[in-house]
Design a protein around this ligand. Structure first.
Ligand SMILES: [Mn+2]
Length: 321
């Protein structure tokens, strides 16, 4: 089991080491990548050697996170291994085997963290792992006697905080999320440009997919449930990032409590995602089909024709809606 340490202890521990490998989780998002590149840049400014590893290729959208970070390649006998935003070693994907028992420190904000790392810097109240990383960099700056932050590092941290909080709309957003953001803006990165890139910009493929998704909308239970259906042929033309964000669409419709997305994985196999608004436990419904997730967002798989699958799922939803 992991030993919990505080910011000061963590900063002291990092200052004693010289070679750092920082690892992100699979299906890397803005928080794990932003936190990793921010810490990597700050450690390099602290005259350490540091690199970032990721079990899967990040979206091109996040290329700017590498700005100002030197691509250092080294392999030392004793590298200090840090994971960021990785609640469970299984999320290390193809790097799990190598690192699950050799992670020195995990920096995270998930209370569900399984404690696979030797030491853990965890703040379950933080809206994003990047909030914890920012506080750590401030502590390291104190040890360094000069600020390790730069505008590039601020843009990495802003990326994590803004994406994990859904641009400050989700319930995990705290006053600190805003306070940290205000401090980060003082470093002068292009906040408006980033907001466009992260929250407004859509690829042409995404727009095509959205158009077809909207064409497929069906309503059930007097408009309290909306379902969109995406066939394999439609999905093949888009990338994972586009596909995942589509699941948010049906719940956006006024009056909809349960927004359901049917995605055809292969012939006769449907990946279903349920997003609920106020009272239906999505996790509860998905668990009946062997799936899981959170109260307001969950997923499962159902096999059969799309007509059969919808009937089975709607019977279940009808019990709660
Ligand atoms: Mn996170």
């Amino acid at each position: 089991m992991s030993q919990a340490i505080d910011l000061k202890q963590t900063a002291a521990l990092l200052s004693e080491n010289n070679y750092f490998t920082i690892i992100c989780h699979a299906s890397p998002d803005g928080d794990t990548l932003g936190g990793a590149y921010a810490l990597c840049g700050a450690l390099q400014n602290f005259n350490k050697r540091a690199k970032v590893l990721c079990p899967e290729e990040p979206s091109k959208r996040f290329d700017y996170l590498k700005n100002g970070v030197e691509m250092q390649d080294f392999s030392e006998q004793r590298e200090f291994v840090i994971t960021i935003d990785v609640a469970d070693s299984a999320l290390l994907g193809n790097m799990e085997e190598k690192y699950k028992d050799s992670t020195d420190l995990c920096i995270d904000h998930h209370i569900s963290n399984t404690g696979y790392a030797e030491k853990m810097l965890l703040d379950g109240d933080a809206g994003a792992a990047c909030e914890v990383v920012f506080e750590l960099i401030k502590e390291l700056s104190r040890l360094n006697g000069a600020d390790l932050m730069t505008a590039d590092i601020a843009s990495c941290l802003y990326t994590g905080i803004s994406t994990d909080t859904g641009c400050f709309r989700f319930s995990n957003t705290t006053a600190d999320s805003h306070r940290f953001t205000a401090e980060l803006m003082d470093y002068g990165f292009d906040c408006t440009g980033l907001n466009y890139l992260l929250f407004d910009m859509k690829t042409p493929e995404r727009i095509q997919l959205e158009r077809r998704a909207l064409e497929s909308v069906e309503f059930f239970f007097g408009g309290r449930c909306a379902v969109i259906t995406l066939t394999k042929e439609m999905l093949d033309a888009a990338d994972d990032e586009d596909i995942n964000s589509i699941s948010a669409l049906p719940r956006q419709i006024e009056g909809v409590e349960a927004g359901v997305t049917f995605k055809e994985k292969e012939k006769g196999v449907w990946k279903i995602s349920i997003r609920t608004k106020n009272y239906i436990d999505a996790q509860h419904i998905c668990a009946k089909f062997g799936g899981g997730g959170h109260q307001r967002a969950a997923g499962c798989r159902i096999k059969g024709s799309v007509k059969e699958c919808k009937e089975r799922l709607m019977k279940e939803i009808e019990l709660y809606i």
